[in-house]
Design a protein around this ligand. Structure first.
Ligand code: F6P
Length: 373
């Protein structure tokens, strides 16, 4: 049988970059983009290294061949490299020994032309896609692909990387169970999730946590201890807590490792140890804290993330082919679609609704959120 005729297509080249923190599935998207562009449209794909930083140095960009994407479907990370501080509107430079922040977005826009890119696919989360929106406002032909393990990107039901992070977090909770039970201890598991507690909620339920602390529901220490004591009164001498890094103790802010500045968002971390110390000090129960950290971002994507990432990659090429610039591919009601990037960003961060069926279900099976309910 004759091979299917390639669609006649006037665009010739698309660029692709991966911005922000990495997430399992980035390589699966890159692979799907290169394969779809080649098989369906005869389009050339140019890989921009290290997020928006790479767009400031067009010499570093290179065409991605089929050989480049062979065998990367199951690989974590990104073959393009990522930079979660790269913002062409606020770039740190040193002039005469002094550090200043300058706007080099004109260089980024010029390089899109210099590289003869008819469109640019940007794989990123909140920060990266907000920068993309600013570039779009200056005429850049960008299509967004939503990525973050936190699953807090609006306009899409799920981002790739999330399900892999949940699998890793659930495995950690399972492992903590056996040692917690042997030693009759309280085990606190600190998970990622800055503003949204999706990982802690889903992995907490899946991993049989007794307490889940998320940024959307402030907790107090009395509510927490009440749950641990109630378990002990039933002969359950151990407890597992799944705590999002952004969880908030009532009348306290989030626990920060470092403050935000002109270039960086605040680094979160430390709430797990704080909760652990509070439990020991208030109740005398022996408590240990595990911080899962970047293990949640690493490793091979689970099958659902490979499936979703491949669908996103193919859809992003098709969207660019339709000149759907200024839009983001999305996954809603189990189907792939697209949405104006401005609309998606207006819905970001997508938070856990404390009144939702999900939270009610968790309460119904006996999980405490450390509040009064
Ligand atoms: O946005 C994803 C995320 O994993 C957050 O949950 C976390 O706060 C952040 O990245 C950490 O990023 P990094 O250590 O790479 O700056």
């Amino acid at each position: 049988m004759a091979p299917a005729a390639r669609k006649i297509f006037q665009l010739k080249r698309l660029g692709i970059l991966t911005g922000g923190g990495d997430a399992p599935g980035l390589n699966a998207v890159i692979r799907a983009v290169v394969l779809t562009a080649s098989n369906e449209y005869n389009l050339e794909i140019v890989g921009i290294p290290d997020g928006f930083d790479g767009l400031l140095d067009s010499d570093r960009a290179r065409v991605l061949t089929l050989a480049d994407v062979r065998g990367i479907l199951s690989r974590g990370g990104t073959i393009l490299g990522a930079a979660n501080r790269g913002n062409p509107f606020a770039k740190k430079t040193t002039t005469a020994g002094a550090e200043t922040i300058i706007d080099v977005s004109a260089d980024a826009l010029r390089n899109i032309e210099r590289l003869k890119l008819d469109g640019l696919l940007v794989l990123g989360g909140d920060g990266t896609l907000r920068i993309s929106q600013d570039l779009i406002a200056h005429g850049a032909p960008i299509v967004g692909v939503p990525k973050t393990i936190d699953n807090d990107m609006g306009g899409t039901d799920v981002t790739f990387g999330f399900n892999t992070a949940v699998a890793t977090a659930t495995d950690a909770a399972d492992r903590l169970h056996s040692t917690a039970e042997s030693h009759h201890r309280v085990m606190v598991l600190e998970l990622m999730g800055r503003e949204a507690g999706w990982i802690a909620l889903v992995a907490g339920v899946a991993g049989g946590a007794d307490v889940i602390l998320i940024p959307e529901i402030e907790f107090d220490i009395a509510g927490l201890i009440a749950k641990l004591e109630e378990r002990r009164s039933r002969g359950r001498l151990f407890s597992i807590l799944a705590v999002a890094e952004g969880a908030r103790l009532k009348n306290n802010g989030q626990v920060l490792r470092s403050q935000a500045d002109a270039l960086h968002i605040a680094r979160l971390g430390g709430i797990g140890q704080q909760v652990s110390d509070l439990i020991e000090a208030t109740s005398g129960l022996e408590t240990r804290c595990t911080v899962l950290g970047h293990l949640q971002r690493g490793g091979s994507p689970v099958p659902f993330d490979r499936w979703l990432a491949t669908r996103y990659g193919a859809a992003a090429v098709r969207l660019a082919a339709r000149r759907g610039f200024g839009r983001m591919v999305c996954y809603r009601d189990a189907g792939i679609g697209d949405i104006a990037l401005t609309d998606a960003l207006a819905l970001t961060p997508k938070l856990v609704d404390p009144t939702s069926e999900m939270v009610q279900m968790a309460r119904g099976v006996g999980i405490s959120f450390g509040d009064d309910q």
